[in-house]
Design a protein around this ligand. Structure first.
Ligand SMILES: Nc1ncnc2c1ncn2[C@@H]1O[C@H](COP(=O)(O)OP(=O)(O)O)[C@@H](O)[C@H]1O
Ligand SMILES: [Mg+2]
Length: 309
């Protein structure tokens, strides 16, 4: 079995009657970094909260390393670390006490060396005797991360980890995520920043309106995005594409003033040289040219737009 998490037919209708998840099926592979991408209100936090056992699903089931999150909640919770979206911390405890206590909550024997390592890595060691209440927002967030790592989870959830954090914390966080991945930890992060998904993830899932609308390898997604379009503005409009120029991926605009040539930017042969030679041979004069590239952003926006009710 290679799935770290299997979500099957998960529905969530809140007490208000709002249907936040509409039959979600999702498999997270062991050891991967999975980015769950979606606009505000898409259902990211709801889905994560169900997997972590904080929110009860209305229907469906979730398995974590083969264990049911309802009937084997104690096991599944101990396998998971969650860095929540909201800052929630015990104000008067010290950093060290909070993180050590958190480890104990998951039934793990004390391990001061592990706790020290985590605190050092998050630049919290110097602050270990400081009360949480006296920390800055960024430092509080670091404490949340330390708490999530205190019991050495096999699966780590980061809910909007970089929303509103400074550059330094962001950098430390990504370094930590890469190191954890190298140790075999499965990482799921939610974000509404496409760039973050692009940078970090092995696979990307897009959620919108409580439904998963796409799950794809990032490399595959990037390959699809590798298509570019060369747009040639003509000196004189053409009534039709001249015979000599007809080929796959070439289109004439409705007003005849632009030729668009779509090509794979990463391919050995883009067809541009031949096209330009054929243009010259056909006596078609080009006034200007530009290239356009579709981005993950565009694909995302289109997906979200077409999927909206
Ligand atoms: N406790 C709740 N009661 C009612 N509606 C909720 C509750 N929590 C979240 N929602 C609604 O469910 C939808 C999904 O919320 P959430 O999972 O937080 O989305 P995301 O994390 O993607 O921004 C939103 O429309 C939100 O207003
Ligand atoms: Mg959220």
């Amino acid at each position: 079995m290679t799935a770290a998490i299997t979500v099957t037919g998960v529905e969530k209708t809140y007490a208000s009657g709002f249907r936040a998840l509409k039959g979600v099926d999702l498999e997270i592979r062991r050891g991967e970094i999975f980015a769950l991408l979606g606009p505000n209100g898409a259902g990211k936090t709801t889905l994560i909260s169900i997997v972590c056992g904080i929110v009860k699903a209305t229907a469906g089931r979730v398995l974590v390393e083969g264990h049911d999150t309802v009937s084997a909640a104690r096991i599944t919770r101990s396998l998971i670390g969650l860095v929540p979206q909201e800052l929630t911390t015990d104000a008067f405890e010290t950093v060290l006490a909070t993180v050590s206590f958190s480890r104990g909550l998951f039934g793990k024997a004390p391990d001061p060396a592990h706790v020290e390592r985590v605190l050092r890595e998050l630049s919290l060691w110097e602050k270990r005797d400081t009360q949480i209440i006296a920390l800055s927002g960024g430092m509080k967030r670091r404490v949340l991360i330390a708490k999530a790592l205190s019991h050495e989870p096999q699966i780590l959830f980061l809910d909007e980890p970089t929303a509103g954090v400074d550059v330094e914390l962001r950098r430390d966080m990504w370094a930590m995520v890469r190191r954890l991945k190298a140790q075999g930890v499965t990482i799921i992060l939610t974000t509404h920043y496409i760039q973050e998904a692009e940078e970090m993830a092995d696979r990307v899932g897009v959620i919108n309106g409580g439904e998963i609308v796409l799950v794809e390898n990032k490399a595959e997604l990037m390959r699809k995005l590798g298509r570019k379009t060369l747009i040639l503005t003509l000196e004189e409009p053409l009534p039709a594409v001249p015979d000599r120029l007809v080929r796959d991926g070439l289109a004439l605009s409705a007003d005849g003033t632009e030729l668009a040539h779509s090509y794979d930017a990463k391919a050995d042969r883009t067809g541009i040289t031949t096209l330009l030679a054929d243009l010259a041979a056909s006596g078609v004069r080009v006034k200007d040219l530009r290239t356009e590239q579709s981005s993950l952003e565009e694909i995302f926006v289109n997906l979200v737009r077409t999927a909206a009710p």
